[in-house]
Structure formats: structure tokens, C-alpha cells
Design a protein around this ligand. Structure first.
Ligand code: WT7
Length: 661
């Protein structure tokens, strides 16, 4: 059973409900905005037809659809199911056919300062070549391809080449370990893995190919080839039977390729995300509905003007934000965008602002953790750069505390730009709750209103909508075009996880409040999922990684409030007396176990802190009471412990922690 008491876990959110600053849109912005207030009434009158209109207007269909929504097998939705379409054609070819081949699609900026400019015509040639090469390597429509690359143009090209031939891609973030990679390859039964020798990170070349080699030695029977992009030129181990260089097979392939017309419900991609159990879920999305909502939200939430804007979303393509708002949304809309390989502080802490000045970025989409980090570094740093090109700022990934919101608007946005705080999830595929720039009077810290065509509510334990001013659980009450179509290979887990908590409602896993105006304020996860720097991590997954170490008998992991990362991973472990761990110094245990977690999952999952304890607090039924551990990790008075099987455990933990050494 999951403890689903809504609680506030995020720093600075305590003051959310007293936040009363308001930012009305400027008349100048409203006059030119893509989104107009009438969209809400239009969508409310008939949601499915509203989305059908968007699908026809924003996308080019190979065969137009007649059917709109089939919800007869709920919660398994079908949108626009009798139409056929190709995602890569929509993202690339049609812009070239419309005479915009010379428009820049990607301004690539490498961490070391190397650059590449990729126009839509270039992209058409590169994606066609890659599609031909993938086909020659035996990848057919319906086969899966794993992509494990740094954020370089080939990542975008590989994704689009998959879409072009109808081979669902499964992008695995380059920061994930060989272990995580191999389990994702196997779950999706990927036939091809696309990777690179390495990428640049924090000023040096960091290897990727060895992780793929290691993943393959663990046993990945479905993999026939590994396609390797040369990025850093570092030495790589080579297996002639499996490995092929991108430069040998893609660069030499024909640049003519006809996109495959696919049914609207053909799977476009699988993306793994953490849930409440140890096993990551392969969330899968299909084509027509996903692209419709990606394009609609990108155009209206960011007010994109493809002829004049320079858009930059700082996400990696390893996350859903990179899928929807680096690849599909912007390219479907014909945008010009920046992609940047490296970290914000390499080689200096002004790197992002330097990039904005250089490319005259007009729309910036990033995460609260990045904003808080920049706040910490000081406003003199962005102050040295000309940021006057910016006209819309977006935030995603976790609740943004009002002070960070205000700083973002004042320091980065020159007190002028609208801010859109966008709530959504890997599962929702695209933005669901957000202000519309030029329409909504914004409130710092609130995502505010469901977008036109989206229905959300906040309900209590019995699924009753809470009144304005009340708090509870965020639910989505109507199907939406870009909704996940399921969990890859596990339809029951899809129904159990999202549709069983409240009859007929999608349970998002977030706590939320409605203010006096009925606007929605997100309060963080209510399940065993943590949010560290906008990345989703499962407590159970990290616990299993910890207990897989011979020193560890038991582990409990909580997300504790952290000023910069939102939440941080704090682990409580019981060591095995017999296995050597008990004789170690606390520091050595910390280091060893932190590295072990990095190896099992990836560096992002490393606990900030590991506390060795003698007991863990458990209920009579054996469930660990993480709520109490969170109190300890956040240095709070420990809350109600009356349901503990042994009520002295918390005293023991508290004593152990305050004891010297
Ligand atoms: C979880 C989804 C959506 C792309 C990035 C994360 C949290 C996301 C917000 C926001 C408050 C937010 C939620 C959600 N979240 N955006 N604007 N305000 N919380 O995708 O990894 O699937 O995580 O991120 O808790 O459930 P994800």
C-alpha cells in the first residue's frame, strides 16, 4: 500500500498559499499572441472536435482521418485511428516542400564551443540517409531501436530516422549506467543500439560506448548491431560482428527516402520512467494524437512564431521534455532552435546566457533547479550578457517556488517576459496545465489552468472534487490526444497504476491545491517517487540498488527537501554485521554505497547522504514509514509514529544520528 497523504515536500512551497503577486499580460503581447481567450470556450464546447481541428490544421496527413476519439475500451484510447501519417515527414520534409529548406532547424553548440548549423534541407538529407542505413541494418517497421547518445544533432537525426521507418525509438539518457541501459534494451527488445564513442561533459570527453559494450555482455539477445557516432575520437573497443561506424553506413547512404505512412496509433516511442516499484516503466506513445498535442502546446504555450523566434529548451533528449519540446513540437512547427551539449557552468557560469546572447534566443524553456542554481551563483553573472531578445520564459519539471519564479522573470526576463509554469509528465506526453502567454494573468508558483481541450481536477480521498481553497490529488478527467497508450508489454500495470486509485479518473501521483479562483497549485508527488532536479527517481529502485550491495541488509530511501535540487536522495541503511560493512568508517560506507548506486542506476541517483541505522521504522504490516524518515532527513520534529510496530525505533534512529562519530 502506498501512503498517499498529500504533503508539501518542496523547498519554499510553504509560502505558496499566501502568494498574492499577479502579473497581467501586457497589451502588446496580447495583441500579437497566438493563443486567444476564445480557445477555452471553443474547446469546452466539444473537446474531441476541438482536437480534430488542431490535428487537421497543425499536421499533414497521408490519409485524412474520419474517426476522432475511440474511448470504448477505456482506459485504452485511440485518437484519429483511421488516418495515416508520418512524424518525420511532418517534422522535416513538409517544411522543405513549403520552401523553407534554408531555415535553420538546429543551431548546435558543443560544450567545447564547436558549432554546427543544420537547416531543414540538411535535416531532410541526414534523416533520409539514416533511415536508409537503419533499414540496411535490418531494422523494419515495428522494430525497436535504443538510442544512447549525447545531445548532438545525430540524436535528433536518429530519432527522426526511426520515426520515418516506423521503428519505435527508446532513448536512454546518456547518464544512465550499463545496468539501466541493458534492462531497457531487453524490455523493449531493441534490434539496434545507436551510440557514440563519447560526449563532452564538464570540460572533458566522457565515454559512452563502454557502457553499451558492458550492457551487451550482460546479455541482450535482441541486439543485432551497435551503430557508433564518432564524437570525441577517443579509443573504443570494437566487435566487428556487431559494431558499425555511423560514418561508414549513414554518411554513405542515399539521401533519398520515402517516409512510411503509418497508422495514427502506430507506436512512435517508448520512454522509461520511474514508478513506485523497482522496475522502470516503458511508457509508450503513439503518433497522431501525440504529435497533435505536441504541436498545439508548443505553438500556443510558447507563442512560437517560426519565422522570427529562436527557441531553446535546455532538456536532454533522454527525457520526455526533450522528446516533445526539442524534437517533435518545435520541428513539427518549423521552429529554429538551439541545442547545447554541455553543462551550464562549462567553461564558466555564464555559459547559458552567453548562448542566449549569441543566438538571440527569444524563448527559453528550462527547469526550476537550473534557475535556483543560477540564483545561487548570483545575478551579476547573467547581468553581464544581453538577454533582451528573450520574450517568453518557461518552467517545467517540478513546482517552482515563487522566489525563483520572480527572480527568473526579473533577472532573466528583464521584468518584461511572461512566464509559463507548465505541468505535465512522461505519461501525459505534452503540457497539460499552464498559463497561456498573452491570455492568463500569471501567479508565481502556480501552473494555474488546464489548457484548452484538457480537463483536470483536484479530488479528495473519495474522488470528490475539492472546493476552491481545498487540497487533494490531481486527476485528469477526460482522455487527451497525447496520453500514454500504455506500459510496454504490461497493460495491467497501466490500468493498476493510473486508473485504479479513482474510478474513471487518471491519477497523476501529484498533490495539488485549488486557490480561491479555482487555479491549481502543484505540491509535489504523493507516492514513492522523488523529483531530483526535475528528474524522476523511484525510492524502491534505489533501495533495491542499495540492498544489492553485500554490505547492506536493508535500506529505506526518501526524498528530502533540498534548496537547489528540489529534493535530494537520503538513504537509511542497516549494515550486515557479517559482511565487512560493519567494520568500515562511516565515510567509507558513504562513498562505497554512493558509487554503487551510481553504477547500478546512474550518477543522478546517487544519495546526497547515507545514514547508517540499527532499525527502520515499520508499520505492523511491515511497510516502511518513509514519512518519519523524511522528518529526520529534513531535521523536523518526527510526526505521528503511533502506527509503528515498535515505537522506540524512531528514538533509536534519532539517538544514533546525534551520537558523535
Ligand atoms: C512529474 C513528472 C514533464 C516533463 C518533466 C518531468 C513534476 C513536472 C511540474 C510543474 C509541479 C511538476 C510532477 C509530475 N512536475 N512539471 N510545472 N509543477 N510539478 O517529467 O519525469 O515524467 O515527471 O514532475 O510531480 O508528476 P516526469
Amino acid at each position: 500500500m502506498t501512503d498517499t497523504t498529500p504533503e508539501t515536500h518542496e523547498p519554499g512551497l510553504e509560502n505558496l498559499l499566501t502568494e498574492d503577486r499577479r502579473f497581467p499580460p501586457s497589451p502588446e503581447f496580447t495583441a500579437q499572441a497566438n493563443a486567444q481567450h476564445g480557445l477555452y470556450a471553443w474547446a469546452n464546447a466539444d473537446r474531441p472536435s476541438f482536437w480534430a481541428e488542431q490535428a487537421r490544421e497543425l499536421l499533414s496527413w497521408e490519409k485524412p482521418f474520419e474517426e476522432v476519439l475511440d474511448w470504448s475500451r477505456a482506459p485504452f484510447a485511440r485518437w484519429f485511428a483511421d488516418g495515416t501519417i508520418n512524424a518525420a515527414y511532418n517534422a522535416v520534409d513538409r517544411h522543405v516542400e513549403a520552401g523553407n529548406g534554408d531555415r535553420v532547424a538546429l543551431h548546435f553548440e558543443g560544450e567545447g564551443g564547436d558549432t554546427r548549423t543544420v537547416t531543414y534541407a540538411d535535416l531532410q538529407r541526414e534523416v533520409s540517409k539514416a533511415a536508409n542505413a537503419f533499414t540496411a541494418l535490418g531494422v523494419g517497421t515495428g522494430d525497436r531501436v535504443a538510442i544512447y547518445l549525447p545531445l548532438i544533432p545525430e540524436a535528433v537525426i536518429a530519432m527522426l530516422a526511426c520515426a520515418r521507418i516506423g521503428a519505435p525509438h527508446s532513448v536512454v539518457f546518456g547518464g544512465f549506467s550499463a545496468e539501466a541501459l541493458s534492462s531497457r534494451i531487453n524490455d523493449a527488445e531493441a534490434k539496434l543500439v545507436v551510440t557514440a564513442d563519447g560526449g563532452y561533459r564538464r570540460g572533458s570527453a566522457s565515454a559512452l560506448k563502454p557502457a553499451v559494450d558492458e550492457a551487451l555482455t550482460k546479455g541482450t539477445p535482441s541486439v543485432q548491431h551497435v551503430l557508433v557516432v564518432k564524437r570525441t575520437g577517443q579509443d573504443v573497443a570494437w566487435n566487428d560482428e556487431v559494431d558499425v561506424w555511423w560514418s561508414d553506413v549513414v554518411d554513405t547512404a542515399s539521401d533519398q527516402h520515402t517516409p512510411v505512412a503509418l497508422e495514427a496509433e502506430h507506436p512512435l516511442f517508448i520512454l522509461y520512467t520511474s514508478g513506485t516499484t523497482g522496475k522502470p516503466k516503458g511508457i509508450f506513445h503513439t503518433t497522431g494524437g501525440y504529435l497533435t498535442q505536441a504541436a498545439f502546446t508548443h505553438r500556443n504555450v510558447f507563442d512560437l512564431k517560426p519565422e522570427t523566434d529562436v527557441y531553446w529548451c535546455t532538456a536532454d533528449v533522454g527525457w520526455i521534455t526533450g522528446h516533445t519540446y526539442v524534437v517533435y513540437g518545435p520541428l513539427i512547427n518549423g521552429a529554429t532552435q538551439v541545442i547545447y551539449e554541455g553543462t551550464p557552468d562549462t567553461p564558466h557560469r555564464g555559459r547559458w546566457w552567453e548562448i542566449i546572447e549569441k543566438y538571440k534566443v527569444t524563448i527559453l524553456y528550462t527547469a526550476p533547479t537550473a534557475i535556483r542554481t543560477c540564483m545561487k551563483w548570483g545575478e551579476e553573472i547573467p547581468g553581464k550578457f544581453d538577454l533582451s531578445s528573450l520574450r517568453v520564459l518557461g518552467s517545467v519539471g517540478e513546482p517552482i517556488n515563487p522566489e525563483a519564479w520572480i527572480w527568473y522573470r526579473r533577472v532573466i526576463g528583464g521584468d518584461r517576459t511572461p512566464i509559463v509554469d507548465t505541468w505535465w509528465q512522461t505519461e501525459t506526453g505534452a503540457i497539460m496545465i499552464s498559463p497561456l502567454p498573452g491570455v492568463t494573468e500569471t501567479k508565481p508558483g502556480s501552473a494555474q489552468v488546464p489548457l484548452p481541450g484538457i480537463a483536470a481536477d483536484v479530488v479528495d480521498d473519495e474522488a470528490r472534487p475539492v472546493p476552491d481553497g481545498g487540497g487533494g490529488y490531481l486527476v485528469l478527467t477526460e482522455p487527451w490526444p497525447s496520453m500514454l497508450r500504455g506500459i510496454w508489454g504490461d497493460p495491467d500495470r497501466y490500468v493498476d497504476t493510473y486508473w485504479s486509485r479513482f474510478q474513471g479518473l487518471y491519477f497523476a501521483g501529484d498533490g495539488a491545491k485549488k486557490d480561491a479562483d479555482g487555479d491549481i497549485w502543484l505540491l509535489g508527488r504523493v507516492d514513492d517517487v522523488m523529483n531530483v532536479s526535475g528528474h524522476r527517481l523511484s525510492t524502491t529502485e534505489i533501495e533495491s540498488a542499495l540492498v544489492s550491495h553485500p554490505w547492506v541488509a536493508e535500506a529505506a530511501v526518501v526524498g528530502a527537501a533540498d534548496e537547489t535540487t528540489g529534493q535530494a536522495v537520503v538513504a537509511f541503511v542497516i549494515l550486515r554485521g557479517d559482511a565487512g560493512g560493519g567494520d568500515q568508517e562511516a565515510d567509507a560506507v558513504q562513498t562505497e554505497l554512493r558509487n554503487h548506486v551510481a553504477k547500478e542506476i546512474g550518477p543522478i541517483a546517487k544519495p546526497r547522504q547515507i545514514l547508517v541505522v540499527a532499525e527502520l521504522p515499520k508499520t505492523r504490516s511491515g511497510k516502511i514509514m518513509r514519512r518519519l524518515l523524511r522528518d529526520v532527513a529534513e531535521h523536523r520534529q518526527v510526526g505521528d509514529a503511533t502506527t509503528l510496530a515498535d515505537s522506540s525505533v524512531m528514538d533509536l534512529i534519532a539517538q544514533g544520528l546525534s551520537a558523535p562519530g
